[in-house]
Design a protein around this ligand. Structure first.
Ligand code: 5AD
Ligand code: SF4
Length: 453
């Protein structure tokens, strides 16, 4: 049965009712939350920000770091009281957490007020799960641990009319030793290019100007298809779609980053001058024990090539501090690397033990205080680099897609440059979704200010 028929069948279940989704973690989850909200609103549910007022609360969870997991337990625990006074409140949990059997067991035994437990592969079953729960009053569990079957015809509500995420692949085959994702999202599988291109064409017809192609490792896109296609080839096809003006993608893996891709980025005028290339560590010893399958030298050679072909590229990365066995020398190597690359921005993480991964069993876990101390030193090194990069924009005119209006002053707008820099400037809110030229008048570590010209 198609998703729309499924929704139609249960179209009145949410009439007069309200829902709230708490979305945690990566952009995959944010996009899945847009799919959930499409389903719920087509069942008659209306969104609310207030949990006391809601009839359905869904946690779309992340398992990448422990604090995200603990936060969900805290929030679920706090809802016990609300559920006691509002017995027909439905509480659901989806995303990465329920993909792990031990977590499902914990939820079903210790958090009995949770009514729906489902995974990222079962979002389309939500109407049926809600219906079953309403009929039986029992906890509904629907999980597929490793699905290579890709469901097409999945619709989503878009938070922004002018930009959208587009899944190009699911899962991950890399098994970096610290990461839980291969155990929650299963093996890698790519969507057929024709389905991706059709989706983007429809988005363009609806007025969408920017797409972000999503996958855990977009550089290995297409390998699992019957007729393999490379990510570079896909980019060149997306670049031809009329109406789309900017193309972004997340996330890349240095081991699979090909010259062909660098050339496609250079040649495709719609592909933005921004590359997010997670390095994780600047030490070859740690890269090896992280199972990253590249060396610092290889990474730096990629950066050189990218900078040569796309001189105004902005580079961002992910870095983990305090991986098991990290010595002062390994950490120094990371500081050296960030100075050499001169990143525009970085997501920095304290290593977090994830049960079930190889690194969780490694000896030489780093004490928390040392992790924190190194983390602070990493930020002290990174921030002046970000600042220096932004300084280069002073007095330049940049092409900005207007994205939002300030919450405190409706005459201040914000938008992003092609290099993904956030910039604030004065303007009318009907410019949202349009492109404007902005002259950069000031800059800070993370943002810039400007004037429309
Ligand atoms: N601890 C800390 N950071 C992690 N990441 C993934 N797993 C862990 C972990 N166990 C980070 C990596 C990855 C990003 C999405 O999250 O840097 O690139
Ligand atoms: Fe995790 Fe590595 Fe896969 Fe990224 S590439 S999702 S860090 S296992």
């Amino acid at each position: 049965m198609s998703l729309n028929k499924e929704i139609e069948k249960y179209a009145s279940l949410g009439k007069g009712k309200k829902y709230i989704i708490y979305s945690m973690g990566c952009q995959m989850n944010d996009h899945d939350s847009e799919k959930i909200s499409y389903i719920l609103e087509n069942m008659g549910y209306k969104p609310t920000d207030n949990k006391e007022d809601s009839d359905l609360i869904i946690f779309n969870t992340c398992l990448v770091r422990e604090n995200a997991e603990l936060k969900v337990y805290g929030q679920l625990g706090a809802l016990k009281h609300l559920k006691r006074i509002k017995q027909d409140l439905i509480i659901g949990i989806c995303g990465c957490m329920p993909q792990r059997e031990n977590i499902r067991e914990y939820i079903t035994t210790k958090l009995k007020h949770v009514d729906l437990i489902f995974g990222p592969n079962n979002i389309h079953k939500l109407p049926q799960l809600i219906n079953n729960h309403l009929q039986t009053g029992k906890t509904e569990i629907d999980i597929v641990e490793d699905s290579r079957e890709i469901l097409e015809d999945i619709h989503y509500n878009r938070k922004y009319s002018y930009k959208s995420f587009v899944n190009i692949m699911y899962g991950c085959n890399n098994f970096c030793t610290y990461c839980i994702v291969p155990y929650t999202r299963g093996r890698e599988s790519s969507r057929e290019p024709k389905n991706i291109l059709r989706e983007i064409e429809l988005l363009a017809e609806e007025g969408c100007k920017e797409v972000t192609l999503l996958g855990q490792n977009v550089n290995s896109y297409g390998k699992t298809l019957d007729n393999p296609v490379t990510f570079a080839e896909l980019l060149r096809e997306v670049n031809k779609i009329k109406g789309i003006e900017r193309i972004r993608f997340m996330t890349s893996h240095p081991k699979d980053m090909s010259d062909e891709l660098i050339y496609a980025m250079r040649d495709c005028e719609k592909v933005c001058e921004h590359l997010h290339l997670p390095v994780q560590s600047g030490s070859n010893i740690l890269l090896e024990s992280m199972n990253r399958k590249y060396t610092v030298e290889h990474y730096l050679s990629l950066i050189d090539k990218v900078k040569k072909e796309i001189p105004n590229i902005a580079l961002t990365t992910d870095i983990i501090v305090g991986f098991p066995g990290e010595t002062e020398k390994d950490f120094q190597d990371t500081l050296e690397l960030v100075k050499q690359v001169k990143y525009d921005s970085a997501f920095t993480f304290l290593y977090s033990i994830r049960e079930g991964t190889i690194a969780a069993k490694m000896k030489d876990q780093i004490p928390d205080d040392l992790k924190h101390e190194r983390f602070e030193r990493l930020l002290d090194t990174l921030y002046p680099i970000f600042y220096e990069n932004n300084k280069k924009y002073k007095d330049k005119i940049v092409d900005v897609l207007v994205e939002d209006v300030s919450k405190t002053d409706d005459k201040i707008l914000s938008g992003r440059t092609r290099t993904n820099k956030l910039i604030h400037f004065k303007g009318d809110k009907n410019l949202i979704g349009k492109f404007v030229n902005v002259k950069v008048t000031d800059f800070k570590t993370f943002t810039m200010e400007g004037k429309i010209v």
